[in-house]
Design a protein around this ligand. Structure first.
Ligand SMILES: [Zn+2]
Length: 280
């Protein structure tokens, strides 16, 4: 028996050893590639290992699962659908300048929960329950700006890095074999999807800041963000906080911080050409 055949025989008889080794190899490969990167707007240096392509793959998997599980709730026509598509397109165009590789897509789900989220790589999910609170296009742009900012600032990749889960995530992306069910669930729970683990307080605040500038760049009056957050504060009183209210300092402070960033957002604000700023 040749040496390579002997090695092969060893692994064939011990598949778990082969799987564990594969995970280690993938993990090491990824860790070597850890790189520094600047967040858009806030220019913070962060350390991430997953490439744009890996983040897109991770998000696309979760997105496909979500669409499959919620097929009956997908809204694909009507005024709410048109509004979400229109506003998302404007926000995505702005975010694409920071992340040209990402492939953006938004899905509106019929669900009576005031929530929305954007997966790594640009896949967005909006629940119809947020629309009574957003009230108008600028309110919706506030939400989408915030959610999309989590993706362009690579907050999920950063969290995976901090929790030493990058190797596991890379293994999932590479085929999903070299992980335990618990590890898989843990990584998926970090994606920023609804009812998953919340982002850190600093990341939430950063998403508010970037999102505010994004909505302004997209042509929506940033002052509308302050009104939206006040409405959200009233609407969520006594309820479980949605993704973008989770793990936050008090909502009052959030409004204060947003007001603090308003001058910067005003400089970025390019009003839409038509007179339909608040309705289109
Ligand atoms: Zn958030």
């Amino acid at each position: 028996m040749t040496r390579s055949k002997a090695i092969l025989a060893f692994f064939v008889g011990r598949p778990l050893v082969a799987i564990a080794l594969a995970a280690v190899v993938v993990g090491v490969l990824v860790l070597v590639q850890t790189h520094r990167q600047k967040t858009p707007v806030t220019n913070r240096t962060e350390h991430v290992a997953l490439s744009d392509e890996q983040q897109m793959e991770l998000g696309a998997r979760n997105y496909a699962d979500t669409l499959r599980q919620n097929r009956a709730s997908i809204i694909s026509s009507g005024p709410q659908y048109a509004l979400v598509q229109r506003v998302a397109k404007r926000i995505e165009a702005v975010a694409s300048r920071d992340k040209p590789a990402f492939v953006w897509k938004v899905t509106l789900l019929r669900k009576n929960v005031a929530n929305a989220y954007c997966l790594p790589g640009g896949k967005i999910v909006v629940y119809s329950g947020i629309l009574p609170v957003t009230q108008n296009a600028a309110g919706l742009a506030t939400v989408l700006g915030h959610e999309v900012a989590h993706a362009t600032a690579e907050h999920v990749a950063e969290r995976l890095e901090r929790q030493h889960l990058t190797g596991i995530a890379a293994a999932i992306i590479a085929g999903g074999v070299a992980v335990t069910p618990q590890q898989y669930i843990h990584v998926m729970a970090l994606l920023g999807a609804a009812s998953a683990l919340p982002f850190s307080r600093a990341q939430e605040s950063e998403a508010d800041h970037i999102g505010l500038v994004y909505m302004a760049r997209a042509g929506y009056d940033p002052h509308q963000a302050v009104l939206f957050w006040k409405r959200m504060q009233r609407a969520s009183r006594g309820k479980e906080p949605p993704e973008f209210l989770s793990d936050h300092p008090s909502d009052a402070h959030r409004v204060e911080r947003v007001q603090h960033w308003l001058p910067e957002a005003e400089r970025a604000y390019k009003p839409l050409a038509s007179s339909t700023t608040t309705t289109s």
